[in-house]
Design a protein. Structure first.
Length: 427
């Protein structure tokens, strides 16, 4: 861990981030830190120690969101910055974690400037590690920020279970990850993340300034057939749930080609086949279907096509298909003022910036609905993410910290009486 009094240099950032990356490290250079696991708890402890050593007061709310608070102006609301430390089961080391450490360094740098008298603060500072952004162990994703912003009820989140039947409440308690956080007044939010795509790498721009989100429709689907013998059951008598699910998987990929000009991204994930025996025709298959596009009309047409194919699969193969819409949102924009602040900071630093949309979901997509929010990207090598080969050049990581620092500084020193949104008490 870096020592108290570090100057927040690029070298210190790269060193400290490398140390965090050893927690839950995998042999191929990634990390495994699913939400509320022991390894996630170790990463949370590392962050808490880093922030506490620099004067931040540590708080954890009842859904596991971890905050480091630094009061600069008594009674003023907070500028919040952060991301998440949890990961997919085998993941890259940068997804989420880069944004948390970048936020910690940015906040420390700004606080140092305030103490030195070179920055005038009108708002307080806070760093956040959102709980369960990935949604790989517990669904839905972006759980902590959803509860914080009131999109998801606390009791519902805590009762959610993983595939082994362990609840969020029990998992957090096992790592001492739940606490009490009273209402928190927030004036603005800032987040930086790896792009998880190729656009910045292809254009040569150094920073992505996110102006909006793609639209999305997420389904949980279930195909119900009848269990039977893989050898002796006549083909005409079979009601094969896996066959029906496979046809939907193929259709999902075909949809992306059909609406390529949309564009449309599709995926089927987390296939659960029952009874999953080598000599039994499947009686039930459960899976997730993810459809995303910048054009909501494309999504509506794609969903209509999925429903039509599901009806045909039912009729032709004697199975039943259930489609449950679990998440749905249309294209949503980030605030113009925050986009302007981000672009101004990039220009001052001499870094080429590009306006772009985010395809992936981030905690900022919840926060932008309640407070002015700045979302930034740094390039991803070959667009690789959710993969141990995920990588970003060190100079791009450092440039991103510099931009985030500038954005947080502007938000903290904004003139006038700051308006604020107050989070619910999560204790």
């Amino acid at each position: 861990m870096g020592q108290q009094g570090d100057d927040g240099s690029a070298e210190a950032f790269l060193r400290d981030f490398a140390q965090l990356s050893t927690i839950g490290a995998t042999p191929r250079g990634g990390v495994d830190r699913e939400a509320a696991t022991v390894r996630d708890g170790m990463a949370r402890a590392w962050l808490g120690g880093w922030l506490a050593s620099r004067g931040f007061a540590m708080r954890t709310d009842a859904v596991g969101n971890q905050f480091g608070l630094l009061d600069l102006v008594p009674g003023a609301p907070y500028v919040l910055a952060g991301s998440h430390l949890d990961s997919q089961p085998t993941a890259g080391r940068l997804d989420g974690a880069y944004g948390v450490v970048a936020a910690a360094f940015a906040a420390h740098r700004v606080a140092t400037g305030v103490a030195a008298g070179t920055t005038r603060a009108t708002r307080n500072l806070a760093v956040v590690n959102w709980f369960n952004e990935e949604g790989s162990r517990f669904g839905p994703s972006m759980m902590g920020s959803a509860v914080f912003t009131g999109r998801l009820g606390l009791d519902e989140a805590l009762a959610t279970t993983d595939p082994a039947g362990v609840s969020v409440r029990a998992a957090l308690d096992a790592i001492d990850g739940r606490g009490e956080q009273g209402p928190l007044p927030v004036a603005a939010y800032a987040e930086i993340h790896i792009e998880q795509g190729r656009e910045l790498e292809e254009t040569g721009d150094r920073i992505g300034v996110v102006t909006g989100t793609w639209a999305a429709r997420k389904f949980r689907f279930r195909v119900l057939g009848e269990q039977s013998h893989t050898g002796s059951t006549r083909m005409v008598d079979r009601r094969d749930a896996l066959l029906g699910a496979s046809l939907l998987v193929v259709e999902a990929r075909s949809l992306a080609d059909r609406f390529a000009d949309g564009p449309l991204h599709t995926a089927v994930s987390q296939l659960d086949v029952r009874p999953n025996s080598p000599v039994v025709v499947a009686s039930e298959v459960r899976a997730n279907l993810d459809l995303r596009s910048p054009d909501p009309a494309v999504l509506d047409a794609a969903v209509e096509r999925v429903r039509a194919v599901a009806a045909r699969v039912e009729a032709e193969h004697g199975v039943r298909v259930e489609l449950e819409l679990t998440h749905s949102w249309d294209r949503q924009d980030y605030q113009d003022d925050c986009v302007a602040v981000s672009e101004r900071v990039c220009a001052e630093l001499g870094l080429a910036a590009r306006r772009m949309l985010t395809v992936a979901g981030h905690d900022s997509t919840n926060m932008k609905d309640v407070v002015p929010t700045a979302m930034l990207f740094v390039p991803s090598r070959e667009g690789i993410s959710h993969n141990e080969r995920e990588d970003t050049a060190p100079e791009d990581l450092v440039a991103g910290v510099d931009v985030l620092t500038g954005v947080v500084r502007e938000l903290v020193s904004a003139p006038g009486t700051p308006a604020a949104w107050t989070s619910p008490s999560l204790g």
